[in-house]
Design a protein around this ligand. Structure first.
Ligand SMILES: NC(=O)CC[C@H](N)C(=O)O
Length: 220
């Protein structure tokens, strides 16, 4: 599996995500600067990392979504390449129109940075295939704009089509229907506010995130 991670000014989880890919691929992850216009050849998966791209100015992810490289990311997604957006990466993917909905300021206004309990709502996607249906997992979150919202029709469609991949199992940020992660209609693009890449080795205190990367490896 060949992986790349996009780096924006203000990304701060890019190396964590690259390392998580490397744990399962055994080879270097390509780091792609946001001003580049092309992705490396032969990529299987593109990571859009967490952080504070452009200092979260305007809206979290709004400016990064308009970076030159995002046109290439959209083209790769349309061709079926896997795209994994984590936290700010999820915000970027919604702002870029690759995923529906939006991430609003957390209920209660505060930044939330802690481990949270999650449920794997769909274990049939390429990203979640190594988890059991309705399995409970714990990943860290670290965000102030994590409250997922969409219009009612979109929420019903996401539920009806099994596109809610992860759900909060506790109150975290006021997201509609406790949605923590969703996939696109083709199921090759996922966005999630929790950080699986921060739960892949013993030094992290837990390894619940590792199976997400192993599932990706198996799917490519
Ligand atoms: N950890 C992150 O990616 C943070 C995302 C975003 N800047 C927020 O706070 O909502």
């Amino acid at each position: 599996m060949n992986a790349a991670v996009i780096v924006f000014p203000g990304s701060n989880c890019d190396r964590d995500l690259a390392t998580a890919f490397e744990l399962v691929t055994g080879k270097p992850t390509a780091m792609v600067w946001h001003q580049d216009t092309a992705l490396p050849d032969g990529l299987d998966v593109i990571g859009v990392p967490g952080g504070f791209s452009y200092g979260d100015y305007l809206r979290s992810g709004a400016m990064a979504a308009r970076s030159p490289i995002m046109r290439a990311v959209a083209e790769a997604a349309a061709k079926g390449r896997m795209v994994l957006g984590v936290c700010n990466g999820f915000q970027v993917l919604t702002e870029a129109g690759l995923l529906p909905g939006a991430l609003l300021r957390n209920e209660g206004i505060r930044f939330v940075g802690r481990d949270v309990a999650l449920t794997v709502a769909n274990s049939q996607t390429a990203f979640t295939s190594r988890y059991y249906a309705d399995e409970g997992v714990t990943f860290p979150v670290a965000h102030h704009d994590g409250r997922f919202t969409a219009d009612l029709e979109t929420l019903d469609r996401l539920e009806g089509e099994g596109r809610v991949a992860l759900r909060y199992a506790e109150a975290v940020n006021g997201s509609e229907r406790q949605i923590a992660g969703i996939v696109n209609d083709a199921s090759n693009v996922i966005g999630m506010m929790p950080h699986p890449e921060r739960a892949v080795e013993d030094a992290h205190g837990r390894t619940d995130g590792l199976r997400l990367f192993e599932g990706l490896l198996a799917a490519t």
